[in-house]
Design a protein. Sequence first.
Length: 114
Amino acid sequence: QVQLVESGGGLVQPGGSLRLSCVASGSRFSFSIYLMEWHRQAPGKQRELVARIGSSGSTSYVDSVKGRFTISRDNAKNTVSLQMNRLKPEDTAVYYCRTHTGEWGQGTQVTVSS
C-alpha cells in the first residue's frame, strides 16, 4: 500500500505562485514506475484532474492550467510536485495527489484571494 502526503498549500494573491509537493511511501513500492496525478476540488464542484506525469516524464494538463502549472517528479525523493504560477481565484480548491493505482493523499488547501 502507498501513502501520499501533500504539502505547500496556502493563501496567495491573484497572480502569485505556489509549489505543491507530494511525498509517496510504502513497502515494496517503486515510485519511478508510477503514473502520478494532481487533482483538485473546489467548493460545490466535482473533483477534477489537473495534471498527470508518467513514468517516462511525459506530462498532460487540463486546459485551464496549461502554460501556468508545471508538474514534475523526483524519483530519488519519491516526490511529485506542482508548480503553480499566475494563480487565479478560480484555482482555489483542495489539491490532492493520486497514484494510477488509486491511492489518494489527504489534500492541501490552496486559496487565491486578495
